[in-house]
Design a protein around this ligand. Structure first.
Ligand SMILES: O=C(O)CCC(=O)C(=O)O
Length: 252
């Protein structure tokens, strides 16, 4: 299953869409435990951003989640690739708060034109697409991810951004296991985390096969831990000539 017309309509309208319950409860718990263990093992400060793809094979599997790939195939085409990834962790301690300046960034044609959102002949074209999985709930007003729905089509997106506290800015509520997808052509960013609970999100960022936002060969370091051709193909650097489409897995 890819995207229904209703989902395409919603994504086209808003530049952002939420899919509920993409990761089951047991898997969410396991992923949280794996990350918690890694934090203890590394003895490092994981507040704000952290890398997680090589913590366990389940994170590589999530990169190639059949349902997700079926959806983002509509957005960025059959040659899509993982451009980069990171996790975000926030709590309401002053250290964590100090690391996040409330901000809005992105928008149509930002980052040297890479943040593309366009339709031609009934087909959608996107630059960098962000797939964000929530590993903890985000309740109304908690902060964390914010966005200006519809701003990916704004004709003033380069010249003007609303303030973070504008009524045009939304802070989507999520349950652990939900997936939020947005185009980087959408004006989006982060607000101060206010909840007593923590925020933990996994961000996988995919590009069309011809383009890169981050360093083109940046994903090669993960090749040794891949388990199948699909995962290896997703980690390919960008190219056009001779590039084969992904062999998309079937979905129920
Ligand atoms: O999730 C967030 O807090 C912000 C994510 C973001 O800014 C990005 O993906 O570019």
């Amino acid at each position: 299953m890819g995207m229904t017309d209703a989902e395409i309509y919603e994504f086209d309208l808003n530049g952002i869409i939420v899919y509920r319950d993409l990761i089951g409860r047991d898997d969410v718990s396991r992923m949280n435990s794996l990350i918690d263990d890694k934090i203890v093992q590394d003895g490092k400060d994981y507040s704000h951003s952290f890398s997680f793809l090589d913590i366990d094979a389940c994170f590589m599997d999530l990169m190639a989640h059949p349902r997700t790939l079926g959806i983002i195939r509509h957005m960025i085409g059959d040659w899509l690739r993982l451009d980069h990834h990171y996790g975000l962790q926030m709590d309401n301690t002053s250290v964590s708060k100090g690391k996040t300046k409330p901000n809005l960034h992105g928008g149509p044609r930002q980052d040297n034109g890479e943040h593309e959102y366009q339709w031609i002949d009934g087909k959608m074209y996107n630059g960098l697409i962000v797939v964000m999985y929530a590993l903890e709930d985000v309740n109304p007003g908690d902060g964390g991810f914010i966005a200006v729905p519809g701003s990916h089509k704004s004709n003033m997106g380069v010249r003007h951004k609303p303030p973070v506290d504008s009524p045009l800015v939304t802070n989507p509520s999520l349950k652990a296991g939900d997936m939020l997808i947005f185009t980087e052509a959408l004006v989006h960013g982060t607000n101060t985390w206010t909840s007593d609970g923590r925020r933990r999100s996994l961000l996988y960022k995919y590009s069309p096969g011809h383009s890169a936002w981050s360093e083109a060969s940046g994903q090669e370091r993960y090749l040794p831990i891949t388990q199948n051709d699909l995962q290896r193909d997703l980690l390919r650097p960008p190219s056009v000539g001779g590039r084969k489409p992904l062999n998309f897995p079937a979905t129920k």
